[in-house]
Design a protein around this ligand. Sequence first.
Ligand SMILES: Nc1ncnc2c1ncn2[C@@H]1O[C@H](COP(=O)(O)OP(=O)(O)OC[C@H]2O[C@@H]([n+]3cccc(C(=O)O)c3)[C@H](O)[C@@H]2O)[C@@H](O)[C@H]1O
Ligand SMILES: Nc1ncnc2c1ncn2[C@@H]1O[C@H](COP(=O)(O)OP(=O)(O)OP(=O)(O)O)[C@@H](O)[C@H]1O
Ligand SMILES: NC(=O)CC[C@H](N)C(=O)O
Length: 640
Amino acid sequence: MRIAGAALNQIPIDWDNNLYNIRTAIEQAKAAGVQLLCLPELCLTGYGCEDLFLSEWMPQMALAQLQKVRPWTEGICVAVGLPVRLNGATYNTAAVLRDGEILGFAAKQYLALDGVHYEPRFFVSWMAGETTTVQWEGEEWQLGDLVFEHQGVRFGFEICEDAWRPDTMRPAARLKGRVDLIVNPSASHFAMSKTDVRYKLVMNASRNFECTYLYANLLGNESGRIVFDGEILVARNGHLLLRNQLMSFKEVDLEYIDVDFATPLARAEELVPLPAPDEYRELNQALSLALFDYLRKARSKGFVLSLSGGADSCLCAVAVAEMVRLGVEELGVEEFKRRSGCFEPAKDVVEQMGAGGPSVQQTGEAAAGSSSQALTTNQQLVNQLLTCAYQGTVNSSDDTYNSAKELAESIGAKFYNWDIDAEVSGYVGKIAGAIGRELSWATDDLALQNIQARVRAPGIWLLANIKNCLLITTSNRSEASVGYCTMDGDTAGSISPIAGVDKDFVKKWLRWAETELGYPGLRHVNNLQPTAELRPLEEKQTDERDLMPYVLLNRIERLAFYDRLSPKQVLATLLTEETGTDPELLKTYVKRFYTLWSRNQWKRERFAPGFHLDDYNVDPRSWLRFPILSGGFAAELEAL
Ligand SMILES: Nc1ncnc2c1ncn2[C@@H]1O[C@H](COP(=O)(O)OP(=O)(O)OC[C@H]2O[C@@H]([n+]3cccc(C(=O)O)c3)[C@H](O)[C@@H]2O)[C@@H](O)[C@H]1O
Ligand SMILES: Nc1ncnc2c1ncn2[C@@H]1O[C@H](COP(=O)(O)OP(=O)(O)OP(=O)(O)O)[C@@H](O)[C@H]1O
Ligand SMILES: NC(=O)CC[C@H](N)C(=O)O
């Protein structure tokens, strides 16, 4: 039998988009002679519909939309994910359709509640072995723990999280021996290195439950924060039959394989491992697709970025350039432009920019570039999609200016340069007059730092509004943990692409990108110490001097909020791991971390939407909840 999975790039309650992709997948499958097709979890409504799943009308609407899919299934068997609401409870199901008929609804038994997933809020889990019926306009179908049969092949379901439970509990345990095929429609979030876990899960399931296992994940940045990698896997008795390229920019990625169910296949002795994951490359692909989908789904025209020449903003600039490179590589220029929604349909990029084509140099007072050589096609696209500005003060250095300018020019971004000293002095003078004293670094250190970061916000927002662009804010996970940022200053923005990535990884990624992706424009930043440049230059402010080494900050953060250890346990772990560091200093760092962490929860509540890219993040709306007001670990830190 020819079986297939299709990864779909869906949008919550965008019925036209979702049905269009479902239809495209079914048509492609039929054209390829596929007999059985698995579509991802909740693909009809979108996975990220949140509290809409709790309404009566939305699941009802989904059932109505499912009727439109029926005629498309003439000659093929298709599993389509949708919510079904019965007696005040919503179930997460996969409908099986064939030849225009609905054969039944398989219901999810185990709901995901790990980090970014919050399913028990929306759904009720289905009891193993139970079935009921669904009625709709005079028709009635079975719903629950069901086994189906198509052309002599018996199949049952695990829906995403069902497969992540112990072998003794999961639905596959009950399906073993009763089916030839287990189908898994999924909405499994991306995290670096996770594909390896998923691969083992599917391979082991096919081996331990002696079946063929067909797995299909959602694709893209569906609803804002979570990225799906569109993984399709088929394994049989521990042998891999199919694994696709992840993170496609296409709306539909259909993959199929022939399985001879009639001919036995010996169980694999051992699983063939995947090559070790390349986290730098994975992050690059996930970030690129996440940005592309966010841009087009938010119907914006591009990005604006306050580019300091430091690590965080440089990474964000390269991410946009990589979004263009990877998107064009897969889709081609015209399709990339069409899908982005950022370009006039009939006009060419070059045409839009004037007869001579664009150059890096900007005209007028804001011009900063000096090079006037013609840009490559990708640079022209970046030029349309990314506008950067360096906003210096008396505390800024030539190093960061050169870093920003060279990087922006090398990727083709528009680059402006202005200083904000007049605005800073204006505010400082005004307030000094009001309170009747001068402000000084000796008495007003933080206030004088923060006003500089804040004064950068209005101008860059103005530019974003004029251009109808998303304003990128460059916050990373490490600074979010300790609130090392100025609220409404450097946190100002509408999208925070690297808020889930720690600073140590940011620095390592940039070194990798300079050589492996070929961005020589990163050479400056890769030689710079991270610095806020908010104090007078002679003070040589660096992040790590203000805080602690980023590697340690990252380690403490992980131990405290991923491993969920107490402050005492965190310190004890560090003392065994960091034998070369003074124990008193380690204690100071642990105290500083927890104190800053507690004080700054309110800031984490106010960050712009960020992507989930690592195995955890500190965003209260997607992974980590913590009280805004708390005792701040006072007793626990005192006892250290
Ligand atoms: N629970 C709570 N709920 C609501 N608000 C709360 C609060 N606790 C304090 N606050 C308020 O928070 C305000 C202080 O926060 P905020 O004004 O943001 O600033 P703050 O946290 O005092 O200082 C910002 C820190 O970030 C560093 N920084 C800033 C900018 C850029 C960079 C860089 O790396 O480039 C680094 C800077 O060196 C400094 O250490 C105060 O007005 C305080 O009243
Ligand atoms: N001189 C500047 N021009 C433009 N934007 C700036 C400038 N200084 C700071 N910013 C903005 O404030 C953000 C926060 O600064 P931060 O120091 O945390 O990040 P970074 O400068 O990108 O990296 P690093 O911390 O490694 O120096 C920057 O990413 C940038 O968006
Ligand atoms: N949608 C789900 O059930 C996802 C759950 C699963 N833990 C995963 O991350 O893949």
